[in-house]
Structures are given as C-alpha cells and as structure tokens.
Design a protein around this ligand. Structure first.
Ligand code: F6R
Length: 247
C-alpha cells in the first residue's frame, strides 16, 4: 500500500510512532525489537522524532537491536561521511540503546575478509529472529540499501559497486564525486525481503519519477525497488511531492 502525507514532517512522525509501538509491544514480551535502519536525508525526521519520544515520553531503546543497511567501502567509522558517524549523530548518541546491540557494516575490513563478514551479518540477523521492521529510503537509480540496478532479488549482504548517479548524488558530502568511494557493503534485496515489515519512505519532487517506476513500473532488476511490489508487508510512505506522478 501507498500512504501519502501532506509533508515529510507529518509522515516522519507517523513512521516514528509505528517504530515506537513496535518497541513497546516487544518490551511487554521481553523480546528484543530488531530494526533495520537506513541513513541519508530521508530518515532524519524519523530519528528526530524517536529522540524526542525518548527524551519527552520515556521511550526506552534498551531492548532494541539495530542492523544498518549499508556502509561505504572503504570507510573509517570516524570519518564525517561514515554511516557510523551519521547514526551516532542522528540517533544513537541521543538514546539509551546498548552499544553492543548496534550493527553497521564494517568499512575498515580487508577485502579478503568481506565475504565472511557479510555471511556473519546475515547470521546475526537470523540469531535475533530476523528483522521486525526494515526502514528504507530510495536512491534515484531505484536502489534500496545500495542494491543498484542489476541486483538479484535473492541477493544477500555483499560488497557492491556504486552506480555513477549514486556517487554524483553523494558528491556534496565528499567535496566532489572523485572522493566518493566506488564501493559499499549492503544488505541484499533478499535480506530486506525477510523483514516482517518494510517501510520505504520518499520525500520531494526529486524522487517523484523513481517512485512512479518503483510503485507502478514493471518488476525488474533495472529498478531494484520494484522488487518490493512482490512483498506483501511493504508500505510506501510518501509526501505529496514524491507521490505527484502516481496515477
Ligand atoms: C542509506 C541507503 C540509501 C538511501 C538512498 C536515499 O542507508 O541505503 O538507499 O536510502 O540513497 O538517500 P537520501 O535519503 O539521502 O535521499
């Protein structure tokens, strides 16, 4: 289903409410809430609202386990552009999550160690009983995570090459496209599909044409987000501008 909100602030509060409800319901059963998280501009408002719920409404993250979708490769965690830095600044430094419950792909590995790391990442998700909820943005290539065009529907966590458009879109953060890493470690389409719930968010007219393809286009590896049409537990959460081209 597709939900369209008047603007990203209203939409972000709704998504944060759903996450908070999941966390609270798991607290009652004593189980962990296992969240798949995204970085980038899109989820910032959701994280802001989660921080507010923690500070002002007593929402605790003690029982929350997180797995981030992706990280540039190579990437030191302390770099300003790393997704570790992003998650700390936007969420983790402001809530009571236990540090050992945070998982983000490791951008410092030797290339020969990446495959074993990726298998272990999948296994850790399984050991927690799978992802309860995966939050996604969408890139202008149609990527989810960093599953660029050509990704297979059953792909797992792996090292990938970033699309040229993705590197161009990241160039401002890195002071030029030439400084953007050419690779990343990302959860696969198959990894994302195993989540019990998936929420894909998109804001602004810049995402309108890729959202039209993702929601209404033929399912194809050329636009990896179209695979989500095949999931029965997915919701596209949009603002009016991102939804503008939907029929
Ligand atoms: C980030 C990620 C990417 C972004 C996408 C949109 O962890 O996996 O797929 O969600 O590139 O980025 P923004 O939100 O910056 O437009």
């Amino acid at each position: 289903p597709v939900s369209v909100y008047p603007n990203k602030d209203v939409a972000s509060v709704q998504v944060a409410k759903r996450i908070a409800a999941l966390i609270r319901s798991k607290q009652e059963t004593g189980e962990p809430a296992v969240l798949g998280l995204a970085t980038g501009a899109t989820p910032v408002g959701v994280y802001e609202e989660l921080v507010r719920l923690h500070r002002e409404e007593g929402l605790s993250f003690r029982n929350v386990v997180t797995f981030n979708l992706d990280e540039y490769f190579p990437m030191p965690p302390t770099a300003p552009q790393s997704y570790v830095t992003f998650m700390n600044e936007n969420l983790f430094d402001h809530i009571d999550i236990q540090r050992e419950n945070i998982h983000i792909p490791d951008g410092t590995l030797a290339v020969e160690d990446v495959a074993a790391f990726c298998l272990n990442y999948e296994q850790q998700i399984e050991e927690y009983g799978g992802l309860d909820l995966q939050v996604l943005g969408i890139g202008r290539t149609g990527h989810v995570g960093f599953n660029e065009p050509g990704s297979a529907p059953n792909s797992g966590t792996r090292l990938v090459t970033l699309d040229d458009l993705t590197r161009r879109d990241a160039s401002r953060d890195f002071g030029g496209k030439e400084n953007v890493p050419t690779k990343a470690i990302t959860m696969g389409i198959g990894t994302i599909f195993k989540a019990r719930e998936i929420i894909l968010m998109a804001w602004s007219g810049k995402k309108a044409s890729i959202i039209k393809k993702a929601v209404e286009g033929d399912v194809s590896g050329e636009v990896p987000a179209t695979y989500l049409q095949l999931a029965d537990n997915v919701e596209f959460v949009l603002d009016e501008d991102a939804a503008a081209e939907l029929t």
